[in-house]
Design a protein around this ligand. Structure first.
Ligand code: SAH
Length: 278
């Protein structure tokens, strides 16, 4: 029986974001880019009916599959593999670090909680000691196409793509857009296309800063009021007008540009200088 026929037998629960990947080529791509070695410990998020899981167990030393839905869990138990541990839990309440170090995450994640899952895996920009992130070496995610675009965007990308999610992903990982996955590759087909992204976690954050919580405030300000210029965005966020004016001048940043036209590196410089000028 092919994936489509297997998936069709279930009543997918919309509220749990159940769209099963039934395109065997896409499943192969996910496995290829995940590059699982026989010593690897894999954490799969939202394994569903286990189409990816049943391949992962053949490649990895151990697979932890975290699934919230009891019906799916019962299906997963049919996979005959000693190295599979099925965990019936909510990923957002699961401490991943307890599964070991250098973990590889594979996740075709439920789209209703995409951003919370990414934040759960990475932590915020000032979350230097985030336990989950520190236990990971790699994440292969299948997300909505639009989210994949945002995760991989920079200041030159079409407007609205570059934002806090881009910074978060790139602050903690080298991220690569792997491939678009059309909606018809899933059953039931979601309304939008998806895409696979691969993140290789960094040992240190992208920027070395003296004050990470301050940087977090600055980036939030840069993106908070997208129609305002950078000067007003920063003032609006509560930074003193004269410090903002002085800082922009010192860095030769035109005060009329919008915050989202600065690169991550420039935002880091802005943060450091503004902190000194307050
Ligand atoms: N990975 C599978 C299924 C994708 S559908 C495939 O590619 O075919 C998303 C899966 O995530 C569903 O099985 C759903 O039950 C599960 N899920 C939804 N919310 C979850 C949560 N909070 N924690 C863990 N799993 C969750």
């Amino acid at each position: 029986m092919n994936y489509y026929e297997r998936a069709k037998k279930y009543r997918a629960k919309k509220r749990l974001g159940q769209n099963f990947l039934t395109d065997s080529k896409c499943i192969e791509t996910i496995l290829d880019v995940s590059d699982i070695k026989k010593d690897d410990v894999v954490v799969e998020i939202g394994p569903g009916l286990g189409f990816v899981t049943e391949q992962l167990v053949k490649l990895a030393k151990k697979v932890y599959a975290i699934e919230i839905d009891e019906d799916m869990v019962n299906e997963l138990y049919k996979i005959d593999a000693d190295n599979l541990e099925i965990i019936h839990a909510d990923i957002l309440k699961t401490d991943i670090s307890k599964f070991g170090n250098n973990l590889k995450v594979v996740a075709n994640i439920p789209y209703y909680i995409t951003s919370p899952i990414i934040a759960h895996l990475l932590g915020e920009a000032d979350d230097l000691d985030n336990k989950n992130r520190k236990s990971l070496s790699q994440i292969v995610l299948t997300v909505q196409y639009e989210v994949a675009k945002r995760l991989t965007a920079n200041e030159k990308s079409p407007s609205k793509e570059f934002g806090l999610l881009s910074i978060l992903a790139q602050f903690w990982s080298d991220i690569e857009f792997v491939q678009k996955v059309p909606a018809r590759s899933f059953f039931p087909a979601p309304k939008v296309d998806s895409a696979i992204v691969k993140m290789i976690l960094k040992d240190k954050p992208l920027l070395e800063l003296t004050n990470y919580p301050f940087f977090r405030k600055v980036i939030k300000a840069c993106f908070a009021t997208r129609r305002k210029n950078i000067k007003n965005s920063l003032i609006n966020a509560g930074f003193a007008r004269n410090s903002v004016e002085k800082t922009l001048k010192e860095l030769s940043i035109n005060e009329n540009i919008r915050g989202e036209t600065l690169s991550i590196i420039q935002m880091g410089e802005l943060s450091e200088r503004l902190k000194d000028n307050l």
